[in-house]
Design a protein around this ligand. Structure first.
Ligand code: GAL
Length: 427
């Protein structure tokens, strides 16, 4: 069934009644197919394959424990960082054909859906599921409007500014795998060495992974405060600091694999796993790919902050929404309950490489890498990811991506690139 906005209140009321009945031992699956009665839930994500799917599967496993009567329907659309999913989602939302719940990044990306009245306030569910104090206040702020409405339930927190390296490749080229680079220049000196030895120094993939690299280079060059100023207008996009960060980005891109535009993140990271590249900059979903292949931190791979960004946690969080007109709003609410639960967050994050958004999970349940990330998230300066929806609306990110693709395929020069980024940021 498809509902329009005017029908939503009725559906929502029915769904709340349904949940109450369920809590009293009633049958959540009682109403049958697609009538908003909690018989199924279509979950829209971009976790379609590999270690990302393994993360989703772990969450689904816990969902099935908690809600055995509700059928999980996988609406995943392949393409890292939602590179294909977000456009398709927008088409569906505009056609009044929403999934029951969809993945959205905390921050400005979520704000887009709020502004377009495409998602519901779920603050009642925070009360009902006891989530009000479960998450850090800063994170809840990124899911909320000023009037106290909360629009999604976060599943995790990822760190974007991580360099993954293959220690064997480094050792073979007389580079100390334990070296901590103070800044990008020190790192670039070793990348030059690798290049001269005929090794791919740095692997990267298609446009969104290049934007991901760009954001970490901006962070390294500008520092946390000026980087944050890029998103609130207080840092000048046309300024010299940005020019020199873009020069560094250009230098780094010159050290990357030629086939980059045909690769998504799993293939680019796999080059490091296989010893076909020395370094890769990627968010910490990458740790799940290493671990899935039985690689051990310290021995088979290293994970360190992007040079020049130590002490800063480049943040993003996935969260799940209740779309306006969700065909099975009760199924969606059950999904949100599992996403927000301690058990759901532990199961999901152990497999996904991220850390729980909840503050009450026991760090001892997680890998060595994740324990470090938990500590860093608690103590470091937090900044917002560009490539993963925290810093800008989707339209701005799309304009950044277009400008970046032009630059890295040689269709614009550095000055042109900088002007296009400035124009994108100005909206
Ligand atoms: C991010 C998302 C992560 C991970 C990554 C690669 O945008 O937040 O959970 O899936 O994309 O696809």
């Amino acid at each position: 069934m498809r509902v329009n906005r005017r029908m939503t209140a009725t559906v929502a009321t029915a769904a709340v009644l349904g949940l109450t009945l369920a809590a009293c031992g009633g049958d959540t699956g009682g109403e049958g197919g697609g009538e908003g009665g909690g018989s199924q839930v279509e979950v829209f994500t971009w976790w379609a394959a590999g270690s990302e799917k393994a993360g989703l599967d772990a969450l689904v496993g816990e969902f099935e424990n908690q809600h055995p009567d509700i059928e999980f329907v996988n609406g995943a659309v392949a393409g890292g960082a939602g590179s294909a999913a977000k456009d398709l989602l927008q088409t569906r939302l505009q056609a009044q054909d929403p999934p029951d719940t969809f993945q959205a990044h905390a921050g400005m990306e979520l704000q887009d859906y709020i502004d377009a009245a495409q998602i519901e306030d779920v603050s009642d569910l925070y009360d009902e599921f006891g989530l009000t104090d479960a998450f850090p206040a800063d994170l809840v702020d990124r899911l909320s409007t000023e009037d106290g409405a909360i629009y999604s339930v976060p599943s995790n927190v990822h760190r974007a500014n991580v360099v993954w390296a293959n220690p064997t490749v480094l050792e073979e080229n007389d580079i100390d795998p334990e070296a901590q680079y103070a800044d990008l220049d020190a790192w670039i000196a070793d990348l030059e060495k690798l290049e001269a030895a005929g090794v791919t120094p740095l692997s990267v993939g298609t446009t969104w992974t290049q934007v991901h690299l760009l954001e970490t280079v901006l962070l390294a060059g500008l520092g946390a405060e000026a980087y944050t100023g890029l998103w609130d207008g207080s840092t000048d996009w046309e300024g010299d600091e940005v020019t020199s960060a873009l020069e560094d980005f250009e230098t780094l891109m010159n050290f990357t694999n030629d086939d980059r535009d045909g690769l998504d993140w799993p293939e680019a990271t796999q080059m490091v796993i296989d010893g076909n590249a020395a370094f890769n900059v990627m968010g910490d979903w990458a740790v799940a790919a290493f671990e899935e292949q039985d690689k051990e931190l310290g021995t088979d791979f290293t994970a360190t902050p992007v040079p020049g960004t130590d002490g800063t946690f480049d943040f993003l969080a996935d969260s799940f929404t209740l779309p306006v007109g969700a065909p099975d709003a009760e199924g969606a609410k059950a999904w949100l309950e599992t996403v927000g639960s301690l058990e759901g967050q532990v199961a999901f994050n152990k497999a996904k490489g991220s850390i729980p958004a909840r503050t009450d999970a026991d760090p001892a349940e997680f890998s060595e890498y994740q324990q470090g990330a938990i500590e860093s998230f608690a103590n470091d300066t937090i900044v917002s990811s560009l490539a993963h929806g925290a810093a800008t609306p989707v339209a701005t990110l799309n304009a950044f991506s277009d400008a970046t693709s032009k630059f890295t395929t040689g269709a614009s020069d550095l000055a042109g690139y900088q002007s296009e980024l400035a124009a994108a940021a100005a909206g």
